[in-house]
Design a protein around this ligand. Sequence first.
Ligand SMILES: [Zn+2]
Length: 359
Amino acid sequence: MRNNLYRPTADFQIGFLNNIQWLLESSSYTSTYKFALLISLSNLAIESGIDDNSTYSVSYLQIAEQFIHLYWTHALPFSKQDPDSILRQSNTIGQIKVINCILDLQKEAKTIKLNTARILNTYKWESTLKEIARTIKTYPAKHLQSAENKSHREFLYHYDSKSKEIKLNPGIAYCLAKFSKIINKLCQQYWSEFVRKNRHNQEYFNEDLDLYYFLFNQSRQSLNMLVPLLSDIQHGYCFYCHNQIKGTPEVDHFIPWSKYQIDTLHNFVLADHSCNNSKRDYLAEERFYDSWLIRNQDYGKLMNNEGKSLGFISNILRSETIVRWAYQVAIEHNDLVWSPDKSNRLRTINPALLQNLRG
Ligand SMILES: [Zn+2]
């Protein structure tokens, strides 16, 4: 157990939330970058595994990778009938640079699949990352904590134009990870309102298409390519109910997409339709946290080898930190967990059943 004394105080956490609210309400927005930056920082704070007052540094390249994931599907046409319907994410002239960079990458790699683009042309991928990193440093990172009336609150980090990274102030990584769900939901709301209000986009909203779903609710990759690998590992059985999978196997996000929206390879398990469909956005009950860790012990390396060639982000430690975070937050919030047992689908999480949580 880590020492609770070294966690940010309740007052600090409330101050943090006040400042987030101030930032979202008072900032001026010429594009959607600031929302993407806040979401990226909270994702990276989760991946840091920080559980106390520590400072934490994230490089602009790490943030750029997050940006590519966030914006990837935004570079696709909003309406399938109209190839030009790529939504405008800037109030000034033209499209934002990050989307143009992604379009350029998709064109050069001749694919709209994120994982294929990542491995097909690594040189282009790396140069795109660098270009996006520069953009983040010059625009949103510099201006994130400034309000429309030019007042500043550098509560997240002190901006240093000479540094290649952002150093989060003490306690901020903890708060970003703890409140990530609120932060993400708020940012997504502001983000989709910004896109909805943009006059250049109005003509595409006549059709009954769900903007919020288009922007945020779809996984960024095609997951079917993982079926053979996961099927081998699980010998064709469902990860949850252990029945032989009949019908089409489904790739399940062990930590649901709604809780963490960057796909990492080790977060996937194979399930039958019935389990996948009823689990939805819940965490699986405690014992599956252990089964998942054991699965990684036994097959993590194999997945690494196979998954990299499929273009997925593949890092066991990174996935394990995210999963530990998700269960920790669930305990703090007394969340429900899901069971494959039909007679007892949902109940409150029981921390006593999670021996592996704090290692
Ligand atoms: Zn099942």
